[in-house]
Ligand binder design. Sequence first.
Ligand SMILES: Cc1ncc(COP(=O)(O)O)c(C=O)c1O
Length: 372
Amino acid sequence: MSVKFSKPNIKETDLNLVKKVIRSGWLTHGKNTSLFEQKFKSYTKSKYSVTVSSCTAALHLSCLALNLKKGDEVIVPAMSHTATSHAVEYTGAKTVFVDVNHETGNIDIAKVLKKITKRTKAIIVVHMAGFSIEIDLILRVCKKYKLKLIEDCAHSVGTKFKSKHVGNFGISGCFSFYPTKQITTGEGGMLVTNNKSFYNKIKKLKAFGIDKDINQRKKQGTYDVKSLGFNYRLTDFQSALGLKQILNYKNNLKKRHIIAKKYINDLKNIREVKCMPYSANCSFFVFQIFCKKRDKLLKRFKEKKIGVSIHYATPLPSMSYYKNKYNLSMLNYQKAKVYANTNISLPVYPSLKSKEQNKVINVIKEFYGYSK
Ligand SMILES: Cc1ncc(COP(=O)(O)O)c(C=O)c1O
């Protein structure tokens, strides 16, 4: 029996709506896009939401809408997907990396203070694996130094901090619907914000800088463009897929919690393995363990046909583009290095069967010599 690392949570009935949209011939700018935006913002309890073609697009648009440019600096965690820092680089601003906590992968807030200069304009945080950062602390820093906060919520549909959904604390929350994520549209993303003028800027930037939506145009095809924009739209059939999954997300999240609790319980006596902490506020995009002899264990998983992943294997400051451009030394990112060398992401998707999870657990127990 092989075990997959991730499986999208898509039902046959979800596909009926996708098919209906495709058959209708109205493939983009449609009512499912508006519905998906509405349902998503009501799930996160945000005032505004905009579908986009990816989380990367949402991060890029957020940086643009904050007018980030050459000469500005933006603080980014050393451990993330490269999309987080690329979004800063696209604007010409400088990425300033900060080390992370090696047990959560989240930005080390005490170290953020040491990197703030007169040029710092914003901080981007990532809620790694769906586990929220200490938002109170980062908001205090942002307030004191008048910095904008962008939340990279790529791992975080369903993540809360003190009963409020993440994405609502910064100027924007940027979500990803890549296939391994809690909900997927193939490629895709959502930007949420509680700021009306920021929302209006994002809507224009997302669609070529055009001043009027299709339904606002008096005469077909007539609109003006006052500033440059992009084509970062999500199609209506992708939105239909996302809509179905967000409507059913509570169930998905409940199952992720059951699976996470079982990993924590069943692995608790293995000294060589440390599990990510449990929190009722976590959305468990993946279930992370931090372990000794990590690479040998990865090999064992492969032999046993168990799909696992690493989030992430390479700290961003050691990627050639960043290392060479900013002349970075990994001596300043020691915790990110430990994190990169010890983490494994285990499967935690809702359709993971008990016998599949038991196989994952038993392979770990056997590997470290804890089987009966
Ligand atoms: C933390 C983080 N930010 C941003 C992204 C980019 O997301 P997308 O593939 O939707 O552009 C990812 C992708 O996995 C991610 O993990």
